[in-house]
Design a protein around this ligand. Structure first.
Ligand code: BGC
Length: 867
């Protein structure tokens, strides 16, 4: 790279009068209904650099229009905050609808008031709930409550009259596991698989809908259907110690109607409702599939029972609902055995297939789902373990029928269809991709087709595994929210999906799973009772709070979870710390290649890394984050305590694991962790790093790390000047490597480096834990987009330009707006285009070592390049 780096052009936006603020968000959502945050935080985007702002919040649209902020008028506030600005008005009460707008002063002048936005408050007090929990706490004669449970959906119905035109009608509903709700036959909302999964003994989320338009004067009918979800677990009576059970699905509902004359009517769930389970959904089970009999009319109505509440407190669901986010068309359909068709979606995905079918009443179509095919073209289901993943649809006859399941999802690329009347064509099926309603926020493209394929496969893998919580896989009999898989994954994912609210919710799940002594599990919500004590999996609690702060500027998770995080760390140190070393680890460097179960715990292996080294290095790193958090919260006594512990651990770690010029058994992971976490003395840094690079080079640029090492690998190599080697690893297509997966037909990311030949007992084709820090590296290092201040209020733009990579082109939507970085090598020069969002500053790291600070705008830089 030339030492001469010239700034060619500097374009800033024209100074016109300030435009109004746009993209108004409350608690990071657009016009949210039924929130339960006492001091909601408001955000907006603008054009220009903000110098002051004013927010007005009113109890009606009319008042807001008159600039009368009866709830809050902030007055003109002189600062540049435009993200997560805390509400400071009168205390908010249950059911309030709050209308708000914002005016901004910027370098370009003063804006008009923004267009109005609103939020509504949920039911904040237990006493607000007048509804009763209803259900039926046993199976029906056609159900089977066994290991492979078959439980039919429960249908509830209530008729009610409304005296006159409706001013506002609000529906509050909790229906664990899943519910569907309709008024007068019209489905409410476009969410699916509602509501968010939790440990229902700790909390039960409820959803709020504005149903003013759906309620009409006269007779109305309210219909609710309940499915099992995670409430009635997929494998009851199986391993009682391992699998948590919650009971049979149940409903709590409250519909509050105010008419034009101010009259109020409340419909609540109680024994005046009718109920039946003898309806079309004969069975639903997330592992095994759904059976739907369209010939069945709802019959056998009875009164529901009053049932015990699930136990958890009712909380408003603040994370986005799950929706059908995308639809795709099959790429092929082929007949295998006579009458058995194999549909190829061309893509491993999570969701379901919607089917169109015509045929005689009573015909049954069976759909079985799988990720891959056997050599003979039939479904390969061995890696699904005992999940049956089979939907059955019974036709009612008499015309075209369109169907998809509603209470289950599947992870699949192929569908085997049997019993289809006539000859199915690809147009009869549509893949509906189901995940949490979060926007795409980042695009990365470069000159390397392997990296581009990995980015694409990661996008599919990540969305497949967002289901109201991050799960490990969507297909086999597992689908569990394993903590360790997301340690740095969550950060990389945040460059692709706006995942802040999902992860904030997950931290609540983790906190709820904490035992009184501080212990945390490896899976949260703790649907599986795995409390095995290790630093790496539960450590995610602290790592994700840090991610949310850096990526979204959200400090609430740190504030709210600080005490529980500290309690966990203290639990671990008091139980397992001996002279500065953490003596307990569970998973090692999980999934080190070549994967073989014996390697995981073997001490003398040259590939695996000592569990105590891993645990102690993570402990050190987590202590550093906790010290940072304690400083942020001004808990200076804790900060001093953490600082003391950090020194002690570093000394003990080096004493025990440092061997002249490398760590422990000299694996990449053993050397990388202390190096990346800053535990190595300056004098030894070079030599330790050389062991890492020598090993990778001798290995032909292959991966030799598992889930743990790979979390820091790409950034570690780049940080110490070997972006070229990181790039070599990323673009490699021989085993073991990410590219090997691509070369062997993967359309997502595999659970194992040898996913094409591994034992089916543990061989998901759609896991994302092995991504490690690959995505973070693409965005932060190749494109050079990293937060220099929380929430990207300031951006560090420091790309690397590895030999062999000709261009990189990237955009990312920060909370302030879009940042972009696009560079290309051409004719011995590098051209670099940068856009810095409004109200943000950026540090631009020029390849000659110079640093410039710039404000929002579009810039072009050029430099001579030998690369
Ligand atoms: C899961 C992983 C998990 C691991 C830990 C596997 O079965 O699929 O995602 O982290 O177990 O034991």
């Amino acid at each position: 790279m030339s030492r001469y780096f010239i700034i060619l052009l500097l374009l800033t936006f024209e100074r016109v009068s300030a435009q109004e603020a746009v993209s108004l968000l409350c608690e990071q959502r657009t016009n949210p209904e039924g929130i339960d945050v006492a001091r909601p935080r408001l955000s907006w985007q603008l054009s220009g650099d903000q110098t002051a702002w004013q927010v007005i919040v009113a109890s009606s649209e009319e008042k807001l229009a008159k600039d009368a902020g009866d709830l809050w008028n902030s007055g003109k506030v002189m600062n540049d905050k435009s993200v997560l600005v805390g509400y400071e008005g009168v205390p908010l009460k249950s059911r309030m609808v709050c209308y708000w707008k914002v005016k901004i002063w910027t370098s370009k002048g003063v804006s008009e008031w923004s267009k109005p936005a609103y939020w509504s408050m949920g039911l904040l007090n237990a006493g607000d709930w007048k509804g009763k929990w209803i259900g039926y706490d046993q199976g029906f004669p056609w159900d089977s409550v066994s290991k492979f449970s078959r439980l039919s959906a429960r249908y509830f119905r209530k008729s009610f009259a409304v005296g006159g035109p409706v001013r506002r009608a609000t529906l509050y509903i909790a229906g664990p596991g899943h519910y569907e709700v309709a008024i007068n036959g019209k489905a409410i909302g476009d969410q699916v698989l509602a509501q968010a999964p939790t440990d229902y003994t700790k909390s039960v989320s409820y959803n709020t809908y504005d149903v003013t338009k759906e309620c009409s004067s006269g007779q109305n009918v309210l219909d609710v259907v309940l499915g099992n979800g995670r409430f009635f677990t997929m494998r009851p009576k199986y391993k009682p110690k391992k699998i948590k059970e919650f009971g049979f699905p149940k409903l709590l509902l409250q519909l509050e109607i105010t008419d034009e004359k101010g009259g109020r009517k409340v419909i609540v769930s109680d024994t005046s409702w009718r109920m039946t389970a003898d309806g079309p959904i004969r069975s639903n089970n997330e592992y095994d599939g759904e059976e739907y009999d369209a010939t069945k009319e709802l019959g056998g109505w009875m009164k529901p029972q009053l049932v015990e509440a699930p136990g958890g407190r009712l909380v408003a669901q603040m994370n986005p609902p799950i929706k059908v986010m995308k639809t795709i068309k099959p790429v092929a359909i082929k007949e295998g055995a006579p009458g058995v068709w194999i549909l190829d979606m061309g893509q491993n995905m999570a969701g379901w297939v919607q089917m169109k079918v015509r045929g005689p009443r009573g015909e049954k179509v069976t759909l079985r789902y799988a990720e891959t095919l056997k050599k003979d073209g039939s479904l390969y289901t061995a890696n699904l373990r005992d999940a049956k993943v089979t939907d059955v649809y019974t036709l009612k006859g008499g015309g075209e029928e369109v169907w998809h399941p509603v209470f289950v999802f599947h992870g699949f690329r192929y569908v085997e269809i049997s019993g289809y009347p006539g000859r199915p064509g690809p147009g009869d099926f549509e893949g509906q991709v189901v995940y949490d309603d979060m926007a795409d926020v980042g695009i990365f493209q470069c000159s390397d087709t392997v990296l581009n394929a990995l980015f694409r496969n990661a996008w599919w893998g990540i969305n497949s595994n967002y289901k109201g919580m991050p799960v490990d896989c969507p297909q086999r009999n597992e689908r569990m929210p394993w903590l360790g898989d997301r340690a740095t994954g969550s950060l990389g994912e945040s460059y692709l999906f706006n995942n802040g609210l999902l992860y904030a919710k997950w931290l609540e799940d983790i906190e709820e799973s904490q035992k009184p002594d501080g212990q945390l599990p490896d899976v949260a919500p703790a649907y599986w009772n795995y409390y095995s004590d290790n630093m790496t999996w539960p450590g995610v609690y602290i790592l994700i709070a840090d991610m949310l702060y850096n990526q979204y500027g959200d400090d609430r998770p740190i504030r709210e979870h600080y005490a529980s995080m500290k309690k966990w760390l203290r639990y671990m140190s008091s139980k397992y710390e001996k002279d500065g070393i953490i003596t307990k680890d569970k998973y090692g460097d999980w999934c080190v290649p070549p994967e073989s179960p014996e390697l995981i715990h073997s001490k003398d292996s040259t590939r695996n890394t000592d569990g105590q080294l891993i645990a102690t290095a993570y402990y050190y790193h987590l202590l550093g984050l906790m010290r940072h958090f304690s400083e942020l919260l001004h808990v200076s006594a804790d900060a001093a305590e953490f600082a003391g512990e950090i020194e002690k651990v570093r000394a003990a770690f080096n004493k025990k694991f440092f061997m002249e010029d490398h760590y422990s058994n000299n694996t990449v992971t053993a050397n990388l962790l202390p190096l990346y976490f800053g535990m190595v003395s300056d004098a030894k840094t070079k030599v330790v790093f050389k062991h890492i690079t020598d090993k990778i080079e001798n290995d032909g640029g292959h991966i030799s790390t598992g889930v743990i090492g790979t979390q820091w690998l790409m950034r570690g190599l780049t940080m110490y000047g070997r972006a070229d080697l990181a790039y070599r690893i990323a673009s490699n297509t021989d085993y073991p490597s990410w590219g090997y997966m691509v070369k062997h037909g993967a359309t997502t990311i595999w659970e194992l480096w040898n996913g094409d030949s591994a034992d089916p007992a543990m061989n998901s084709q759609n896991h994302i834990m092995l991504l490690g820090d690959l995505l973070t590296w693409m965005f932060q290092d190749l494109a050079g987009i990293a937060p220099a201040a929380p929430g990207f209020k300031k951006i560090r733009m420091k790309p690397v330009f590895p030999a062999g990579l000709d261009f990189a082109d990237c955009t990312y939507n920060t909370p302030y707006g879009q940042v972009s970085s696009s560079w290309i090598k051409k004719d011995g020069k590098i051209g670099w285009d940068v856009t810095v969002p409004e109200n943000v500053r950026a540090e631009i790291f020029l390849p000659d070592g110079g640093v410039r600070e710039v404000g929002s705008g579009t810039y072009h830089f050029e430099a001579k390049s030998k690369l």
